[in-house]
Design a protein around this ligand. Structure first.
Ligand SMILES: Cc1cc2nc3c(=O)[nH]c(=O)nc-3n(C[C@H](O)[C@H](O)[C@H](O)COP(=O)(O)O)c2cc1C
Length: 234
């Protein structure tokens, strides 16, 4: 068997050592490159969140103002202007309302006052059980619980079928005005097809049924909280 000379062994060991050092140096360089990329990524993420934060801060005020304008416009559709001289949005009452007919765990009630006396209330609520989901309603009632106006302000019902609940599509929603729990007994709060007072639409009963049911729920919620709402002092 051939034996390696001492010099050859030393050369081999040296070559091996150099290879190992090169690999180590390569790894060091790689590690530095990866560190750099991680720092770059962190800096980009920081910059992006900073820009998002600035964007949010500069647009939030405008968005809030726009939402308040929308809300006021909706309230004006259901609450006659001569019934109040206060700022409806200044002191809304937030009332826990789970299972009380508004479809919401908490209902925000806008109080209308004339010369400091509560004349009416309005609140957004959900009519559950629509064809494609809940419908959002704005309901305004006078202090005795008689409906001043109802509007469907958001829904996902089918155009041409369920969307006739919108005031822009038909006058169906106006038929609630003047109704109350006092002048319409429980069996009346149904569509005609179910033996009640309210029309359904040709080929679409589910949407009007949900709205009729929802409005009746809103009236029950008001009746339950009437005393505290009409006694509102702020
Ligand atoms: C594609 C499609 C969309 C419909 N959209 C609605 C709708 O938005 N609102 C509604 O009341 N009915 C809608 N209908 C009809 C209902 O399925 C149902 O037949 C109708 O409301 C009558 O309900 P009733 O049998 O309980 O009286 C739709 C039906 C189809 C096929």
């Amino acid at each position: 068997m051939a034996t390696l000379s001492r010099e050859s062994l030393l050369e081999l060991a040296d070559a091996q050592w150099k290879r190992l050092r090169r690999q180590f140096e390569d790894l060091e360089a790689l590690r530095r490159r990866l560190d750099y990329q991680a720092y770059l990524l962190a800096a980009c993420a920081l910059l992006a969140s900073l820009l998002l934060g600035i964007g949010d801060l500069t647009t939030r005020g405008a968005i809030d103002r726009r939402q308040a304008e929308d809300l006021r416009a909706t309230l004006e559709q259901v609450l006659p202007r001569q019934l109040y001289d206060n700022d409806l949005l200044a002191h809304p009452r937030r009332i826990p309302s789970a299972g009380e007919g508004t479809g919401l765990d908490q209902t925000e009630v806008y109080i209308a006052k004339k010369n400091g006396v509560v004349t009416a209330v309005a609140f957004k609520m959900l009519a559950l059980g629509g064809y494609a989901g809940p419908l959002t309603l704005m309901l305004a009632l006078d202090a005795q619980g008689t409906i001043l106006g109802v509007r469907v302000i958001a829904h996902t019902e089918t155009p041409g079928l369920g969307d006739k609940v919108e005031v822009g599509k038909s006058d169906w929603i106006l038929k609630f005005t003047g109704r109350s729990l006092a002048n319409t007994p429980a069996r009346g709060w149904r569509v005609k097809k179910d033996g009640g007072d309210f029309d359904q639409f040709a080929g679409a009963t589910i949407t009007p049924r949900a709205v009729v049911n929802g409005v009746a729920g809103g009236l029950r919620f008001f009746e339950r909280h009437r005393e505290e709402l009409i006694a509102a002092t702020d």
